[in-house]
Design a protein around this ligand. Structure first.
Ligand code: G3D
Ligand code: MG
Length: 172
């Protein structure tokens, strides 16, 4: 049997206000380590341990608190990220457009190398304004190799989305 390896991965979760970023992380991570709250960065850090193909993974999920776009701390936020989750809200088409217009370029400015990106289309429990085509077009625009549809409200697709990005980061 091959030996168990341990990996620590940092994932950033970005997108417009109220797309459901915090709700998604909370639906995935049962425990928030309050000791890791960084008020000066305006960031909550959530930790999740999981097993993937026999390896032990510690995921640290970084969540921008409050006024996402206006924090001056974004360089720190992005630093050392090995994967990114970009979140759009299917009840608001504009949230997908802003991923291509603002968030992807913002991330590219701060993250040197190319990292795996997953596009999450959240709020599938609600009537949609963004069509499947809109979501696919967005994925193409932002260079996301994976797309997941989720509802942070009822949990649909959430686990799968986080597992997908983790696997992509580890090349599995
Ligand atoms: P953000 O962190 O991206 O700003 P939040 O977004 O996680 O704070 O979510 C914003 C609002 O959307 C919250 O509502 C939250 O409950 C709701 N929400 C998040 N995900 C879903 C979803 O999948 N389905 C539905 N129906 N609602 C969702 P409130 O009213 O608490 O502000
Ligand atoms: Mg939030």
């Amino acid at each position: 049997m091959s030996q168990t390896q341990k990996f620590k991965l940092k994932i950033v979760i970005i997108g417009e206000h109220a797309t459901g970023k915090t709700s998604l992380i909370k639906a995935f991570v049962e425990q928030k380590f309050s000791a890791d709250y960084r008020p000066t960065i305006g960031t909550n850090i959530f930790i999740k341990r999981l097993e993937l193909a026999g390896d032990e993974i510690t995921l640290t999920c970084w969540d921008i608190a409050g006024q996402e776009r206006w924090t001056s701390m974004r360089p720190l936020y992005y630093k050392g990220a090995s994967g990114a989750i970009l979140v759009g809200d299917i009840t608001r088409k504009s949230t997908f457009e802003q991923l291509a217009k603002f968030w992807l370029p913002d991330m590219a400015k701060h993250v040197g190398e190319k990292i795996p990106i997953i596009l999450i289309a959240n709020k599938t429990d609600l009537p949609r304004e963004a069509s499947n085509e809109d979501v696919d077009a967005c994925a193409k625009d932002i260079g996301a190799t994976m797309v997941a549809e989720t509802s942070a409200k009822n949990g649909d697709g959430v686990n799968e989305a986080f597992m997908k990005i983790s696997k992509a980061i580890l090349g599995k």
